[in-house]
Design a protein around this ligand. Structure first.
Ligand code: AMP
Ligand code: GLY
Length: 442
């Protein structure tokens, strides 16, 4: 028997729970912020609590005595939950607070790449209240810029010139605004290219990449509207993406391997868990936008259901640093995930409304996120509610399954119909072709 304590309450944790439970020896215990019906149905027992209630987490862990813990979201990582569990002799899949700076501090990560001469950084400057005049000069020198708060903002603090503001004056204004709340702000050159997520497992020595996924951050069809945590994502049966080559993926993996080594040299600690690289393929090759210290949400739903290797075995290998001994394999299938979200999401979501699920296609999978199971049915809270996943031999078929599943959820909700469709993918391919043509002309 293998006792696992899972911390987290979203669709990402629902798929983690499902994948851990594929091993018949697993007894799952969960600590979650809200009663996610998907996770609860897979758990032997659960405890509801916030991720900053450290005493509660400690007491629950002491009661359960799990063989290891799996930390889903960034919030408990940032609240030192892994450090706490380590102190009481429980190993985790997830980094300590110091190592999780890879996600929680963008200045830490940019510095790390620079100090260890790892390729992938765009031009950047780290600005604090004492050198704001440097921001002005740097913004002036850049054609277009991106402004990033140096802290966790749930993916909503980054502002991109041309998308969220237009002039250099507005850029500087936003820098000043960020500095009211954060110690530092990062100014970066705006890169042009296509984004992809490369989720890697690591034991601090070995880094193994999972199939690449493309997420869709904008709320509305055609990549319009405000930024969200991610409206849906797809992956391909050949474990590439239509605009990516194997060489690009290897480059992303190489960057991540070097970062795993560098962060050990920097802190003396081995990073054990998930290093999710948010990458962009540009005219100058693969660039790093950010690291996350956890699986992506929704991207976990694309890769975990395809995993052929036992996740519990992988977790044990991560803890014992024997990941190099395991061959990790994934089914050669395409996946499309579409999130059902409340009307008005992300700025003004409707809350506590009932939804009905009618005639879900048999081959679709549903992963519960921000939903509450009440006596009289299922209610959406205020965020991404249900991830609808299609898995098939081709992207076309996977998209059809996901779309049908999304349409069978009735209530005040919406989703992006265009995710995984030929039209949108052709747009991505054209974009990359244009960038490569530009390259040839230079
Ligand atoms: P981040 O949290 O750093 O991944 O930024 C959020 C989003 O902002 C990314 O997914 C990109 O769409 C965009 N972004 C971040 N950095 C850059 C950059 N240097 N150039 C262009 N877009 C960026
Ligand atoms: N889908 C983006 C993230 O998980 O950060």
């Amino acid at each position: 028997m293998m006792k696992v304590l899972l911390i987290g309450n979203g669709a990402r944790e629902h798929v983690i729970a499902e994948t851990l439970k594929k091993n018949k020896e697993t007894i799952l215990y969960s600590y979650l912020k809200s009663k996610n019906p998907g996770i609860i149905s897979l758990s032997e027992e659960f405890e509801v609590g916030n991720y900053n209630e450290l005493e509660k987490i400690e007491n629950y862990a002491k009661k359960i005595k799990p063989d290891f813990a799996f930390i889903g979201p960034e919030e408990p990582l940032n609240n030192r939950v892994v450090d706490l569990l380590q102190r009481i002799g429980i190993e985790s899949i997830g980094p300590t607070k110091s190592l999780a700076r890879l996600e929680s501090s963008k200045s830490f990560t940019r510095h790390l790449l620079k100090k260890y001469k790892i390729k992938g950084n765009p031009e950047f400057e780290i600005i604090d209240k004492n050198n704001i005049d440097r921001a002005e000069r740097f913004i002036k020198d850049l054609k277009l810029c991106v402004i990033k708060p140096d802290g966790l903002t749930g993916g909503k603090g980054v502002k991109v010139q041309g998308d969220h503001f237009t002039t250099k004056e507005e850029a500087l204004e936003y820098c000043n605004e960020v500095l009211q709340e954060h110690q530092r702000v990062i100014v970066e050159e705006k890169l042009d290219g296509e984004e992809f997520s490369l989720q890697c497992l690591t034991d601090g020595k070995t880094v193994a990449a999972m199939p690449p996924v493309q997420d869709h951050k904008r709320a509305y069809v055609g990549d319009t509207g405000p930024n969200t945590g991610g409206m849906g994502s797809y992956s391909c049966e050949n474990h590439l993406l239509p605009f990516l080559t194997k060489k690009d993926i290897d480059e992303g993996l190489r960057i991540t391997q070097k970062v795993a080594e560098a962060i050990h040299d920097e802190t003396g600690q081995f990073y054990k868990g998930i290093m999710y690289a948010g990458l962009m393929i540009t005219k100058d090759g693969v660039k790093l936008l950010e690291y996350n210290a956890r699986f992506g949400d929704p991207e976990a739903m694309n890769v975990l259901p395809l995993l052929e290797t036992d996740l519990v075995e992988l977790c044990t290998a991560i803890i014992h640093q024997s990941l190099h001994k395991i061959k990790i394999s994934f089914q050669n299938k395409a996946t499309v995930c579409k999130y059902i979200v409340p009307k008005g999401y992300p700025d003004n979501p409707v809350k506590n409304k009932k939804i009905e699920i009618e005639n879900i296609p048999q081959d679709a999978k549903l992963y519960y996120g921000a939903v509450d199971k009440m006596n009289d049915g299922l209610y959406i809270t205020a965020s991404r509610a249900i991830g609808c996943l299609g898995i098939s031999d081709s992207l076309v078929k996977a998209e059809k399954i996901a779309e049908k599943a999304a349409n069978s959820i009735k209530g005040p909700v919406f989703h992006r119909e265009d995710i995984g469709t030929r039209n949108l993918i052709d747009k991505r391919i054209m974009h990359i072709k244009k960038i490569h043509n530009l390259n040839q002309k230079i």
